[in-house]
Write a protein that binds this ligand. Sequence first.
Ligand code: FAD
Ligand code: SF4
Length: 562
Amino acid sequence: MRKAEKTYDVCIVGSGAGGGMAAYVLTKAGANVLLLEAGPEWYATKDSKMLVPEYSSPRRGGSTKTKPFGEFDGCIGGWEIEGEPYTRAPGTNFDWWRARMLGGRTSHWGRISLRFGPDDFRGKSRDGLGDDWPIGYGDLAPYYDQVDELIGVFGSHEGLYNHPDGRFLPPPKPRCYELMIKQACDHLGVTCIPSRLSIITEPIHGRAACHYCGQCGRGCGTASNFSSPDVLIAPALKTGKLTLVCNAMAREVTVGQDGLAQGVAYIDKTTNTERHASARVVVLAASACESARILLNSKSAGFPQGLANSSGVVGKYLTDTTGAGVSGFIPKMMDHVPHNEDGVGGAHIYSPWWLDNAKLDFPRGYHIEMGGGLDSPGYGFMGGIQEYPPGGGYGTQLKDDYRRYYGATVGFSGRGEMIPNADSYCELDPNVVDRYGIPVLRFHWKWSDHELNQVKHMQETFRALIADMGGTVFDPMPTKEQGYGIAPGGRIIHELGCVIMGNDPGSSVLNAHCQAHDCKNLFVADGGPFVSQADKNPTWTILALSMRTSEYIAQQRAAGAL
Ligand SMILES: Cc1cc2nc3c(=O)[nH]c(=O)nc-3n(C[C@H](O)[C@H](O)[C@H](O)COP(=O)(O)OP(=O)(O)OC[C@H]3O[C@@H](n4cnc5c(N)ncnc54)[C@H](O)[C@@H]3O)c2cc1C
Ligand code: SF4
């Protein structure tokens, strides 16, 4: 192995939410940082197709195998990546979305930016299930505040105990169909408040305010939403302290005789050669499962089951958010007066979890994401006009029907908390390697009744809301045998855990600072350290946790401990 001549203060693997934040904080603290990223360079401000009209393409923006979220979507990666397989144990239904680009999934994510609440860090203490985190909301609150101010998030001050308010920019007003949804929510006692999205509605830090084109998933050409390259990596580069190496696929963390991390062995994808980067501190932020994979592949005499894995817990506690969706046709929204429903690329309202689980047959909650309206129609929009009474046909009649029905549908998606279980984990597949010769992950997955009962509740709630709006649901209620319509594991793309934090080195990989129990100069700064999910999307917590971990690294370096 050829060693790089230079030893960096810190080598970070992965440039998404977690890695971008680590690069930002550590370079600002004066460290010489090397950032290894498996994909190519990509900045939304240069590369996004934000304002390309759907009709400019023969495909009308329709999805492809490599662009499942639409032809102009910002992400390079997907459910399957050529030459980089993963496998599933028999009976496992789990899909793994991977980005391979600067900024990772922040190039096209949904930007729903929710803090975890005080209860979310102490699940076991509340109901005996899963585990408590080694930190509480109070430990992360100052970092959430800083993330809010650095990146920008809009929202409203509601004073809800387990949905803490942040340092919000003003939220946009609800659209017409969102007001109608809110009416139904109010009627049925479902809390419904303005969304909390990391989209800036006022200019901050030299970034322009959102101009409401609604195309966030393509990447924002004016950096008005959060993506790691434009908001974190570009300023980190400006410090002169960051060396960015793209197309660098990390294989393993190398370890010296002293048991400390020496650096990272990686494949330079442009030349297909093996390289090594030396560093005094290694931070893995390649996404939860990929960081576990790197650790499991980092085998040495001192760490025969993989680095930082003396507990055998690396790969365990894999969770995803639960998900189910119901959409409905609302006749009273037909033939509406044409009006402008432009807005941010996402809903302007949402429902945080509003009920008491002690009175329900499932232990943890979910939030509701709403959809509908009149954004620019793309290929296959409305998903089958023949379903609408009496829609379908040919020629002028068909075009008229599209005009009458468009905007007369609403959708509800539930996003809930899964309890970690022993049957859901990843490990190395002993028989399969990727195109670089790196052993791949094999997934095991099972939902329990906790999740199935929760999703049944989602279905019933969404159907009740649609009925309250005078609407019709085309799909029948799924049965228990159909899992009540629960999305397969991984499909909500909130996979967390696999490198969990905890106070006990026998049952966790990292301590409360996301520092490996077994290797003091190794840290993890993505979704890997999460002890549990919550009824919230995870990325705001990944960012806050990465900021906290990075500040700790900077303090330890200043104290000479690293
Ligand atoms: C369509 C979509 C919508 C989403 N919406 C939301 C939302 O609304 N709210 C929310 O909170 N979350 C959302 N998420 C999830 C969110 O994107 C992730 O939680 C977040 O990006 C995870 O950050 P990360 O740093 O762990 O990983 P990523 O952002 O995936 O970054 C990992 C990086 O590591 C790189 N990498 C991987 N392996 C290697 C390797 N071996 N060597 C070198 N580099 C490597 C990858 O190329 C990538 O750049 C969404 C995700 C998707 C796909
Ligand atoms: S809606 Fe706003 S934040 Fe999203 S892409 Fe358009 S301008 Fe950017």
